[in-house]
Design a protein around this ligand. Structure first.
Ligand code: ATP
Ligand code: MG
Length: 337
């Protein structure tokens, strides 16, 4: 090879090797840059998606203790025992990062005293979407499980529903309305989910919340409230211990009650029995005023009194407690305005 040709070859080799070394980092940098941009884009897209679409994340599910406390004291009338138990129970459970079992509350009381209303307040303090959340599930015995003879079908559907939803989101809430009308076999079928299991078929139920609503025990709660009233004692003096014994006797020994014969009770799977007191005239007035506020109209004390006076109260002679609690206020207000 001639010296000139050799020089050209050498030069070419030098330039080429230099070029590739120069090009490689640039292309690598570009690729890395593109990947980073894509990742950032996907992450922000995902964040935007999570922002608008409810998912099982803290953006959508996080307990606001203050909100619950404020709601219970300002919106729930005449229920000092229930307010206290619920705030403590829900707060304690939600603060615990590693609960041993799901939270199980059983709310008892006369019609229209706020059982569904309280469940709504609890849901709103945990889920951004409140009762509209995809993670809050309501079952009503007479609606979802109307035929006792079909309870075996309901049982497998219910179990699959609970399992599927808790697999999807461990912070799921299940509300069982009209629990006293539920087939005992059906109640027993949800028992494993309420118990102290680490996992069942690979699913942990320990962060779920179960709320049972029923009228069972409402009579005896009302009787105690009436006794206090007759003795001239303040309603706020009624304590949980004044009701616990009566509640257990009337709920658990009652053949009409869905709790009857279920081992929910003797296995101590219900964490808190929450009594709701029957509502007095003054509470009904408060309900009417609140309803007016909700509708964006100026609360009218005269109208509230007029509406409250038109409701029926029991016992017949003393007329202390509203027979329907605050239940028919909404439709009555439509009529009066
Ligand atoms: N203690 C209360 N404080 C404020 N509002 C109440 C109270 N109780 C009932 N209400 C009002 O009355 C409406 C009906 O009450 P709710 O549905 O909670 O009654 P309930 O106890 O579930 O009755 P039922 O046993 O008939 O199902 C509620 O939506 C709420 O507006
Ligand atoms: Mg109800």
């Amino acid at each position: 090879m001639k010296p000139r040709k050799r020089h050209v070859l050498l030069l070419w080799m030098l330039v080429y090797s230099g070029l590739t070394e120069a090009i490689e980092p640039i292309s690598t940098t570009i690729a890395v840059g593109m990947a980073a941009t894509l990742t950032a884009f996907l992450a922000s897209y995902q964040n935007i998606f999570y922002h608008f679409h409810e998912c099982c994340r803290p953006e959508w599910i996080s307990f606001n203790r203050t909100a619950l406390e404020v709601d219970l004291s300002r919106k729930l009338f005449g229920q000092h025992i229930a307010s206290r138990i619920i705030l403590k129970a829900v707060n304690g459970f939600m603060k615990n990062a590693n609960p041993k079992k799901p939270l199980v509350l059983s709310l008892h009381g006369w019609t229209g005293t706020g059982k569904n209303f309280v469940s709504k307040l609890i849901a709103e303090s945990i889920y951004k979407e409140g009762m509209d959340s995809n993670f809050v599930h309501v079952f009503t015995s007479t609606l979802h499980f109307p035929h006792p003879s079909q309870y075996l079908t309901y049982k497998s559907q219910l179990q699959q529903w609970i399992k599927g939803n808790v697999t999807n989101c461990e912070r799921s809430m299940f509300i069982f309305d009209e629990m006293d009308k539920m087939h005992p076999g059906l109640i027993d079928s949800i028992k494993p989910y309420l118990d102290y299991y680490d996992k069942l078929d690979g699913v942990s139920y320990r962060k779920a919340i179960f709320i049972f609503l029923s009228n069972a025990g409402g009579d005896s709660i009302a009787q105690t409230a009436l006794d206090f009233w007759k003795e001239g004692r303040n309603r706020e003096e009624i304590e949980l211990k004044d009701l616990e014994m009566l509640l257990s006797l009337s709920v658990f020994n009652n053949k009409e009650s869905g709790f009857f014969r279920t081992s929910l009770i003797d296995k101590n799977l219900v964490d808190f029995f929450v009594p709701l007191l029957p509502l007095e005239y003054r509470h009904v007035v408060q309900c009417v005023m609140a309803e007016m506020k909700d509708r964006g109209v100026e609360p009218d004390q005269y109208l509230a009194d007029k509406l409250a006076k038109d409701l029926v109260y029991f016992p017949k002679s003393e007329r202390v407690f509203s027979v329907k609690g605050c239940k028919t206020i909404e439709s009555k207000l439509d009529y009066y305005t």
